[in-house]
Ligand binder design. Sequence first.
Ligand SMILES: [Cu+2]
Length: 243
Amino acid sequence: MNKLTLSLSVVVLAGSLQWASAGDITGKVTLKGTPPPEITIPYDDTCSKLHPAIPTTRRYVVGKDNGLANVFVYISKGLEGKKFTAPTEVVELDQIGCNYNPYVFGVMVGQPVRIKNSDPLMHNIHALPTADGNTEFNFAETAQGDVNDTKWTDSIKAPEVMVKLKCDVHNWMYAYAGVQAHPFFAVTDADGNFKIANVPAGSYTLTAYHLKVHGINPGAAQDITVADSPVTANFTVEVPPPQ
Ligand SMILES: [Cu+2]
């Protein structure tokens, strides 16, 4: 195989990985309007050493063509009464550089969640769910490398958008989890794109929820039908007026 053939094959392979198939919902969430500037977080000396960039809040993370990151997109209607097996893939919530990573994540009820401390100092993980069936938890991870695989699944047993987590040692540390009773959800990437795969054929409502855009409101919704071809569902959401 000469060099040209090889590079063409690589391009074809890379392209095929992005093809959508029947049962896939793909789309982009676009932000309309100018968000307020992020606030610089006053890290203490210890945390500053762990986080060389100047840390800011992550209220509106906007990428290419105003794509909005950290939007939780999920099927909010149409799957009632159906049972799904939780993915075995472990969702990892890391405490690193005195912040949570990821900031927003999705998880199915019963899916394993590993809470990890990558920093050489103490953090605590304080979950503040509000849905019936979910219970608050709060524990410390005192040393670098500490992990916990049980607290989340022992405590979070019901769908909730979103479960708030905070660290009581560092008052800027927050993370948010979208919890569903089915595996058909995604969080938008840095450019606002999302993909939900292998959705069974049917008619659904798809909801896109962003913490700052939607707050206590339910999010933007649209009706979709999944049949024998991939579905594209784009959303445009607007920066709310200042309060
Ligand atoms: Cu902390």
